[in-house]
Design a protein around this ligand. Structure first.
Ligand code: ADP
Ligand code: MG
Length: 265
Protein backbone atom coordinates (compact mmCIF):
# COMPACT_ATOMS: atom_id res chain seq x y z
CA UNK A 1 0.00 0.00 0.00
CA UNK A 2 1.14 3.53 -0.72
CA UNK A 3 2.39 5.44 2.31
CA UNK A 4 0.95 8.90 2.94
CA UNK A 5 3.84 11.35 3.25
CA UNK A 6 2.02 14.68 3.50
CA UNK A 7 -1.58 15.15 4.54
CA UNK A 8 -3.44 18.45 4.68
CA UNK A 9 -6.79 18.49 6.43
CA UNK A 10 -9.17 21.44 6.07
CA UNK A 11 -6.41 24.01 5.69
CA UNK A 12 -7.44 27.65 5.65
CA UNK A 13 -5.10 30.64 5.56
CA UNK A 14 -6.16 34.22 6.12
CA UNK A 15 -3.79 37.19 5.80
CA UNK A 16 -4.44 40.73 6.96
CA UNK A 17 -3.69 43.34 4.31
CA UNK A 18 -1.18 45.70 5.92
CA UNK A 19 -2.50 48.76 4.09
CA UNK A 20 -6.24 48.34 4.38
CA UNK A 21 -6.48 46.06 7.42
CA UNK A 22 -8.84 43.87 5.42
CA UNK A 23 -8.75 40.09 5.56
CA UNK A 24 -7.46 38.20 2.54
CA UNK A 25 -8.58 34.60 2.45
CA UNK A 26 -5.64 33.10 0.54
CA UNK A 27 -6.77 29.50 1.01
CA UNK A 28 -10.35 28.58 1.81
CA UNK A 29 -10.24 24.88 2.48
CA UNK A 30 -7.62 22.49 1.22
CA UNK A 31 -7.40 18.82 2.02
CA UNK A 32 -5.05 16.53 0.16
CA UNK A 33 -2.72 13.61 0.51
CA UNK A 34 0.66 13.26 -1.15
CA UNK A 35 2.15 9.78 -1.18
CA UNK A 36 5.74 8.83 -0.54
CA UNK A 37 7.88 9.11 -3.72
CA UNK A 38 5.04 10.91 -5.49
CA UNK A 39 5.57 13.92 -7.74
CA UNK A 40 2.63 16.20 -6.88
CA UNK A 41 2.05 19.34 -8.93
CA UNK A 42 -0.07 22.24 -7.70
CA UNK A 43 -1.40 24.33 -10.55
CA UNK A 44 -3.81 27.25 -10.55
CA UNK A 45 -4.25 30.92 -11.44
CA UNK A 46 -1.80 33.48 -10.12
CA UNK A 47 -2.80 34.56 -6.62
CA UNK A 48 -4.62 31.29 -5.92
CA UNK A 49 -2.60 30.62 -2.79
CA UNK A 50 -0.21 28.01 -4.21
CA UNK A 51 2.92 29.56 -2.71
CA UNK A 52 1.07 30.12 0.54
CA UNK A 53 0.19 26.44 0.70
CA UNK A 54 3.76 25.40 -0.08
CA UNK A 55 5.08 27.70 2.68
CA UNK A 56 2.62 26.11 5.10
CA UNK A 57 4.14 22.71 4.26
CA UNK A 58 7.59 24.26 4.67
CA UNK A 59 6.57 25.47 8.13
CA UNK A 60 7.28 29.16 7.39
CA UNK A 61 3.66 30.02 8.13
CA UNK A 62 0.90 28.45 10.24
CA UNK A 63 -2.59 27.61 8.97
CA UNK A 64 -5.42 29.77 10.29
CA UNK A 65 -7.48 26.61 10.49
CA UNK A 66 -6.76 22.94 9.81
CA UNK A 67 -3.48 21.09 9.94
CA UNK A 68 -0.76 19.65 7.76
CA UNK A 69 0.99 16.43 8.69
CA UNK A 70 4.33 15.03 7.59
CA UNK A 71 4.66 11.32 8.28
CA UNK A 72 1.67 11.67 10.58
CA UNK A 73 3.23 14.43 12.69
CA UNK A 74 1.84 17.98 12.58
CA UNK A 75 4.15 20.49 10.87
CA UNK A 76 4.98 23.31 13.25
CA UNK A 77 8.25 24.74 11.93
CA UNK A 78 10.78 24.42 9.11
CA UNK A 79 13.11 21.44 9.22
CA UNK A 80 15.87 19.68 7.28
CA UNK A 81 13.37 16.99 6.24
CA UNK A 82 12.00 19.52 3.69
CA UNK A 83 14.23 21.07 1.02
CA UNK A 84 13.02 24.16 -0.79
CA UNK A 85 13.71 25.67 -4.20
CA UNK A 86 12.31 29.12 -4.93
CA UNK A 87 11.65 30.87 -8.24
CA UNK A 88 14.32 33.50 -7.63
CA UNK A 89 17.89 32.36 -7.53
CA UNK A 90 18.68 32.61 -3.86
CA UNK A 91 22.40 31.87 -3.99
CA UNK A 92 25.20 33.54 -2.04
CA UNK A 93 27.06 35.62 -4.64
CA UNK A 94 30.31 35.48 -2.66
CA UNK A 95 30.34 31.69 -2.52
CA UNK A 96 31.24 29.28 -5.30
CA UNK A 97 28.88 26.59 -6.56
CA UNK A 98 30.50 24.17 -4.13
CA UNK A 99 30.30 26.73 -1.30
CA UNK A 100 26.62 27.31 -1.99
CA UNK A 101 25.77 23.62 -2.04
CA UNK A 102 27.87 22.95 1.08
CA UNK A 103 26.28 25.82 2.96
CA UNK A 104 24.21 24.42 5.76
CA UNK A 105 25.86 21.01 5.67
CA UNK A 106 28.74 22.26 7.78
CA UNK A 107 26.37 24.32 9.92
CA UNK A 108 24.43 21.14 10.53
CA UNK A 109 27.49 19.37 11.82
CA UNK A 110 28.87 17.56 8.79
CA UNK A 111 32.67 17.41 8.93
CA UNK A 112 34.19 19.37 6.05
CA UNK A 113 35.38 16.35 4.09
CA UNK A 114 31.98 14.68 4.28
CA UNK A 115 30.24 17.96 3.34
CA UNK A 116 32.43 18.32 0.23
CA UNK A 117 31.77 14.73 -0.77
CA UNK A 118 28.01 15.11 -0.43
CA UNK A 119 27.99 18.47 -2.22
CA UNK A 120 30.00 17.04 -5.13
CA UNK A 121 27.59 14.12 -5.45
CA UNK A 122 24.63 16.47 -5.90
CA UNK A 123 26.53 18.90 -8.12
CA UNK A 124 27.14 15.94 -10.40
CA UNK A 125 23.51 14.80 -10.17
CA UNK A 126 22.27 18.17 -11.46
CA UNK A 127 24.81 18.17 -14.29
CA UNK A 128 27.18 20.88 -13.00
CA UNK A 129 30.34 18.84 -12.71
CA UNK A 130 33.29 21.04 -13.69
CA UNK A 131 31.57 24.21 -12.42
CA UNK A 132 32.07 23.63 -8.71
CA UNK A 133 34.53 26.53 -8.35
CA UNK A 134 32.51 29.00 -10.45
CA UNK A 135 30.76 31.98 -8.85
CA UNK A 136 27.01 32.53 -9.37
CA UNK A 137 27.41 35.69 -11.51
CA UNK A 138 29.24 33.63 -14.14
CA UNK A 139 26.35 31.15 -14.43
CA UNK A 140 23.22 31.25 -16.60
CA UNK A 141 19.77 31.29 -14.97
CA UNK A 142 19.32 27.58 -15.66
CA UNK A 143 22.65 26.75 -14.06
CA UNK A 144 21.81 28.83 -10.99
CA UNK A 145 18.60 26.88 -10.54
CA UNK A 146 20.59 23.65 -10.86
CA UNK A 147 22.76 24.88 -7.97
CA UNK A 148 19.62 25.65 -5.93
CA UNK A 149 18.29 22.14 -6.60
CA UNK A 150 21.63 20.58 -5.63
CA UNK A 151 21.69 22.62 -2.44
CA UNK A 152 18.16 21.56 -1.49
CA UNK A 153 19.00 17.89 -2.15
CA UNK A 154 22.34 17.96 -0.31
CA UNK A 155 20.63 17.72 3.08
CA UNK A 156 18.97 14.57 1.80
CA UNK A 157 15.48 15.85 2.70
CA UNK A 158 12.61 13.43 2.27
CA UNK A 159 10.44 16.08 0.68
CA UNK A 160 11.41 18.57 -1.99
CA UNK A 161 9.22 21.70 -2.18
CA UNK A 162 9.56 23.70 -5.40
CA UNK A 163 7.85 27.04 -6.05
CA UNK A 164 7.82 27.77 -9.80
CA UNK A 165 11.54 26.94 -9.93
CA UNK A 166 11.73 27.30 -13.71
CA UNK A 167 9.46 30.35 -13.94
CA UNK A 168 12.14 32.85 -14.94
CA UNK A 169 13.91 30.62 -17.46
CA UNK A 170 13.58 30.70 -21.22
CA UNK A 171 11.56 27.91 -22.83
CA UNK A 172 14.53 25.82 -24.05
CA UNK A 173 16.39 25.94 -20.75
CA UNK A 174 13.16 25.12 -19.01
CA UNK A 175 12.64 21.97 -21.09
CA UNK A 176 16.15 20.75 -20.27
CA UNK A 177 15.61 21.30 -16.57
CA UNK A 178 12.21 19.59 -16.67
CA UNK A 179 13.83 16.52 -18.28
CA UNK A 180 16.59 16.51 -15.70
CA UNK A 181 14.21 16.98 -12.80
CA UNK A 182 12.15 13.99 -14.01
CA UNK A 183 15.36 11.93 -14.03
CA UNK A 184 16.48 13.24 -10.63
CA UNK A 185 13.08 12.38 -9.18
CA UNK A 186 13.32 8.81 -10.45
CA UNK A 187 16.92 8.49 -9.21
CA UNK A 188 16.38 9.93 -5.73
CA UNK A 189 12.83 8.75 -5.02
CA UNK A 190 12.02 12.00 -3.21
CA UNK A 191 8.48 13.11 -2.53
CA UNK A 192 8.07 16.32 -4.52
CA UNK A 193 5.50 19.10 -4.24
CA UNK A 194 5.97 21.36 -7.22
CA UNK A 195 4.09 24.60 -7.88
CA UNK A 196 3.68 25.90 -11.42
CA UNK A 197 1.23 27.70 -13.65
CA UNK A 198 2.73 25.99 -16.70
CA UNK A 199 0.54 23.12 -17.90
CA UNK A 200 3.21 21.53 -20.13
CA UNK A 201 5.63 21.38 -17.23
CA UNK A 202 2.95 19.82 -15.03
CA UNK A 203 2.11 17.17 -17.64
CA UNK A 204 5.73 16.13 -18.09
CA UNK A 205 6.49 15.85 -14.37
CA UNK A 206 3.41 15.03 -12.34
CA UNK A 207 2.12 11.77 -11.02
CA UNK A 208 -0.91 13.79 -9.96
CA UNK A 209 -1.90 17.38 -10.68
CA UNK A 210 -3.95 19.25 -8.08
CA UNK A 211 -5.85 22.10 -9.71
CA UNK A 212 -6.44 25.09 -7.43
CA UNK A 213 -9.50 27.27 -7.92
CA UNK A 214 -9.33 31.05 -8.00
CA UNK A 215 -8.94 32.64 -4.58
CA UNK A 216 -10.23 31.85 -1.99
CA UNK A 217 -8.86 28.56 -3.14
CA UNK A 218 -9.82 24.96 -2.87
CA UNK A 219 -8.88 22.03 -5.03
CA UNK A 220 -11.32 21.71 -7.89
CA UNK A 221 -9.83 18.69 -9.60
CA UNK A 222 -7.14 16.08 -9.22
CA UNK A 223 -5.74 14.67 -12.47
CA UNK A 224 -3.79 11.43 -12.32
CA UNK A 225 -1.08 10.88 -14.93
CA UNK A 226 -0.04 7.24 -14.77
CA UNK A 227 2.35 7.37 -17.74
CA UNK A 228 5.98 6.44 -17.43
CA UNK A 229 8.70 9.13 -17.35
CA UNK A 230 10.51 10.62 -19.15
CA UNK A 231 7.52 11.74 -21.20
CA UNK A 232 7.39 13.32 -24.62
CA UNK A 233 5.70 16.74 -24.94
CA UNK A 234 3.81 15.59 -28.02
CA UNK A 235 2.45 12.41 -26.48
CA UNK A 236 -1.22 12.39 -27.56
CA UNK A 237 -2.43 11.19 -24.19
CA UNK A 238 -0.85 14.28 -22.61
CA UNK A 239 -2.35 16.58 -25.25
CA UNK A 240 -5.85 15.37 -24.35
CA UNK A 241 -5.20 16.06 -20.66
CA UNK A 242 -3.72 19.43 -21.56
CA UNK A 243 -6.96 20.58 -23.13
CA UNK A 244 -8.98 19.40 -20.16
CA UNK A 245 -6.74 21.24 -17.67
CA UNK A 246 -6.52 24.44 -19.74
CA UNK A 247 -10.33 24.59 -19.98
CA UNK A 248 -10.61 24.42 -16.19
CA UNK A 249 -7.87 27.01 -15.65
CA UNK A 250 -9.32 29.39 -18.21
CA UNK A 251 -12.65 29.31 -16.40
CA UNK A 252 -10.93 30.03 -13.06
CA UNK A 253 -8.94 32.93 -14.46
CA UNK A 254 -12.16 34.35 -15.91
CA UNK A 255 -13.80 34.18 -12.48
CA UNK A 256 -10.82 35.90 -10.92
CA UNK A 257 -10.84 38.74 -13.45
CA UNK A 258 -14.59 39.22 -13.09
CA UNK A 259 -14.21 39.48 -9.37
CA UNK A 260 -11.45 42.08 -9.73
CA UNK A 261 -13.51 44.16 -12.14
CA UNK A 262 -16.42 44.13 -9.73
CA UNK A 263 -14.02 45.18 -6.97
CA UNK A 264 -14.48 42.24 -4.67
CA UNK A 265 -11.46 41.40 -2.50
P1 ADP B 1 0.10 32.12 -5.85
O1 ADP B 1 1.40 31.55 -5.39
O2 ADP B 1 -0.93 31.06 -6.19
O3 ADP B 1 0.25 33.09 -6.98
P2 ADP B 1 0.08 33.37 -3.22
O4 ADP B 1 0.06 32.22 -2.29
O5 ADP B 1 1.37 34.05 -3.42
O6 ADP B 1 -0.56 32.93 -4.62
O7 ADP B 1 -0.95 34.47 -2.72
C1 ADP B 1 -2.33 34.20 -2.45
C2 ADP B 1 -2.99 35.46 -1.90
O8 ADP B 1 -2.51 35.72 -0.59
C3 ADP B 1 -2.67 36.71 -2.72
O9 ADP B 1 -3.82 37.51 -2.77
C4 ADP B 1 -1.58 37.38 -1.93
O10 ADP B 1 -1.59 38.77 -2.12
C5 ADP B 1 -1.94 37.01 -0.50
N1 ADP B 1 -0.74 36.92 0.36
C6 ADP B 1 0.27 36.02 0.26
N2 ADP B 1 1.18 36.20 1.22
C7 ADP B 1 0.76 37.25 1.96
C8 ADP B 1 1.24 37.94 3.13
N3 ADP B 1 2.38 37.55 3.73
N4 ADP B 1 0.51 38.98 3.61
C9 ADP B 1 -0.64 39.35 3.02
N5 ADP B 1 -1.17 38.74 1.94
C10 ADP B 1 -0.50 37.71 1.41
MG1 MG C 1 3.33 31.90 -6.07
Amino acid sequence: MKKVKIEAIGVKKVFIDENTGREIVAIENISLKVYEHEFAVLIGPSGAGKSTFLYLIAGFEKPTRGQIFLDGRPITEPGPDRGIVFQEYVLFPWKTVLGNVMFGLELNGYPKEEAVKRAMKYIKLVGLQGFEHAYPHTLSGGMKQRVAIARALAYDPEVLLMDEPFGSLDAQTRMLLVDDLARIHVETGKTVVFVTHNVEEALLLADRIFIFSARPSRIIKVVEIPYEKPRQPHDERLLALRKQILDILREEVRKMINREIKGFP
